[in-house]
Design a protein around this ligand. Structure first.
Ligand SMILES: [Zn+2]
Length: 211
């Protein structure tokens, strides 16, 4: 982080808290202002991946600002919101990890959005965060512009577990965190890679479910 970025961050920490979707002033405990809050959609369609919200409204605006408009500090707020879904997991887990960003995109964006969310989820759950337990073995093109079938093909075999020959994850239960689930193809490919490396149980938790 450059000195300028540090100064920006320090300024933000000292300034009043702002709505994650629109920058209106909010109280320290609120993620969204009274105008944005009603657009939040609690997850309704229960599937294999636990989601805190349906994608849309204030959550969609906050995710766009977080990922594409260079506001990494929103990861703290959004991670805490993702953690509200922890109570709906079916089983206990030992360690938290995240869907990884490809190195090239990490350089472009400057932060791994899912890793920052996973850090807050791990903190809320009282579990350790295993950073970069998974790696992308090839750069997948942006999923957002692809149809369902193309997304599935795009991520198949794109991940591997980065265990460095360690046996410490053999048979362990892992919680895998991502920002937005669309088809679930990325989460499935990551889950398969973890199982292939000997991880026992894998559960998945996302901030928002899209579709
Ligand atoms: Zn707002």
């Amino acid at each position: 982080m450059t000195l300028g970025a540090l100064a920006d961050l320090a300024g933000l920490l000292l300034s009043p808290p702002l709505c994650a979707a629109c920058d209106a002033n909010v109280s320290r405990r609120e993620a969204f202002c009274p105008a944005c809050e009603p657009s939040l959609l609690e997850e309704t369609a229960r599937g294999p991946d636990v989601a805190a919200f349906e994608y849309g409204g204030a959550i969609a605006r906050a995710v766009t600002r977080y990922k594409y408009e260079g506001q990494p500090w929103l990861g703290v707020t959004l991670g805490a919101l993702a953690a509200t879904a922890l109570a709906r997991l079916a089983r206990p887990f030992d360690v938290v990890t995240h869907v990884p960003l490809h190195r090239q995109r990490l350089v472009e964006r400057g932060f791994d959005q899912s890793a920052l969310l996973a850090r807050e989820v791990a903190r809320a759950a009282g579990r350790s965060l295993q950073y970069a337990l998974l790696v992308r073995t090839r750069s997948t093109e942006q999923q957002a512009h692809k149809g369902r079938a193309a997304r599935l093909l795009n991520v198949t075999g794109a991940f591997a577990a980065n265990l460095d020959g360690s046996a410490c994850f053999q048979g362990r239960a892992v919680l895998l965190v991502d920002d937005v689930r669309t088809t679930g193809a990325t989460l499935r490919a990551c889950t398969e890679a973890l199982h292939a490396a000997g991880v026992g149980d894998v559960q998945t938790l996302v901030l928002a479910r899209d579709a």
